[in-house]
Design a protein around this ligand. Sequence first.
Ligand code: PEP
Ligand code: MN
Length: 252
Amino acid sequence: MKEIDRQMTIAGPCAAESREQVVKSAHMAKERGIATLRASLWKPRTKPGFDGVAIQGIEWLGEVARLGLRPATEVLTEDNAKQVIDSVSGKLGREVLIWIGSRNQNHFIQRNIGRLASGEKLVKILIKNQPWVSQDHWMGIIDHVISGGADPNQIILCHRGFAPGTNGLRNNPDFLMAMRVKKESGLPMLIDPSHMGGERKKVLEIAKLAQDFKEDGIGFDGLMVEVHPNPDQALTDKTQQLTWEQFDQIGK
Ligand code: PEP
Ligand code: MN
């Protein structure tokens, strides 16, 4: 099993819940040499419930950046993207990663996020696949973001699986499609085993499979994994968030 690429890998809680939780997570990631900490301020939810601390947590992302990590958060609107870019790369001059999640399938928003990132060397955009199976649609999201003005060098892709999941999975992987999209776009491709597995044991199994996977000599460039200081108390996705000790098992 090859070591995970810590520069490319994104780990951290599903949602930012408190300053303490975010700062603690940042220290855990830093100790492990993980470059990017995920902690979403805005969460799309299937049903009403906790949907993120929103702008209240923006300072926490700044603290993550000051600790020397790149903070990463999902953005649902161009307003969200603008607030994050202004406060991390604008005000602090630090790198930030914003991502377009699987449910954000409005091409006006995708394009406007590309426009906001245009010329912003400190801003990276991660694009996840949409929930339904379609290579063409996934490629289309990339085109929309680039048509807004983002440079391909700013873009990273992430395969999070397709709904509905079968055989006990939350979402079904399609490693071969992910490799085709990687080849066709020429962009790096991460894998998110958390939203595929839906529960800790399966998350670890998929992470291992993905790490061993190679098609024509190409594979995934890194992982995006949900890791929480206390998963059982997590406000979102508690069954799939790993402890940092479990995260350490990946790549062993
Ligand atoms: C997430 O990464 O927190 C998330 C909501 O994922 P997805 O968009 O893949 O469902
Ligand atoms: Mn999640």
